[in-house]
Design a protein around this ligand. Structure first.
Ligand code: PGA
Length: 254
């Protein structure tokens, strides 16, 4: 596992964007798995800046997002489809038909999940999957006690996740309690994984994900078994890793 400690949020976004950009440069038809939430916002801005500077050809990539809220339509401003459009897709040259998110308004959940997995497979699998991490160690919406062998499926969100997400909604009642998420097996099938984390409230989950027991109680701990994981951590999120000292951006391997 490669760990990059960034001196602040902006640096974290830059480092992560550079990794994604280099994936696109080396393989312009890359399949990229994207994540939403507050953590990757700076990274998307950096990617858009790279695109606008003419440094990036995004026209041939295919994308799959980790998750989507159940029963939010793609034009709902709180949906992840809307987020992706606002923060990335509308700013770059990309075939919208090659961008994919689970469809929260689907009539048949089973069919939607199976179909999502098929689309990933037909695209040749995910080359690089971007992840955030929840305070409870979730990745995607794979909450503690998820089955490691799960593929895309319907999830009941943890109370902790519902509370963390409440900041994006007008009231607690409006926060969706269910979502469709890639499963751990889907995520582990990606050739490379890039996990980003920012803020002290993520420090415990990061420490446990790297050094703790591999257990469904901390879904991110499974990443210890993946052969190609890079974590780009803002220094507060890395503050429990004893190796962190000083203010410089640093890299090391565990
Ligand atoms: P956040 O969410 O980036 O908004 O903190 C990350 C996650 O829950 O995976």
């Amino acid at each position: 596992m490669r760990i990059i400690i960034a001196k602040d949020y902006k640096e974290m976004g830059k480092k992560a964007a550079n990794i994604i950009a280099s994936q696109m440069i080396l393989k312009p038809e890359s399949v990229i798995g994207f994540a939403t939430g507050e953590t990757p916002l700076g990274m998307y801005k950096e990617l858009v800046d790279l695109y606008k500077a003419g440094s990036l050809d995004t026209s041939k990539i295919t994308t799959f997002n980790l998750d989507e809220y159940y029963r939010l339509s793609h034009d709902n401003p709180q949906s992840y489809a809307y987020y992706m459009h606002e923060n990335l897709f509308k700013h770059i040259h990309i075939e919208l038909s090659r961008t994919h998110l689970p469809y929260g308004m689907c009539e048949d959940i089973e069919e939607e999940c199976t179909h999502y997995e098929e689309k990933i497979k037909n695209a040749g699998g995910i080359d690089l999957q971007v992840l955030g991490i929840g305070r409870n160690g979730h990745i995607g919406f794979n909450e503690p006690d998820v089955k490691f062998e799960a593929r895309t499926h319907m999830v009941e969100l943890d109370q902790d996740t519902i509370e963390a997400n409440a900041r994006f909604f007008p009231s607690m009642e409006d926060v969706p309690k269910q979502a469709i998420s890639m499963g751990i097996k889907t995520i582990m099938g990606a050739r490379k994984i890039l996990l980003m984390a920012s803020g002290a409230e993520k420090a415990r989950a990061i420490y446990d994900a790297i050094y703790g027991k591999i257990t469904p109680e901390l879904p991110a701990s499974i990443l210890q078994l993946h052969p190609d994981v890079t974590m780009v951590l803002e220094k507060e999120a890395a503050s429990l890793l004893t190796i962190v000292q000083g203010k410089q951006t640093r890299e090391f391997a565990v």
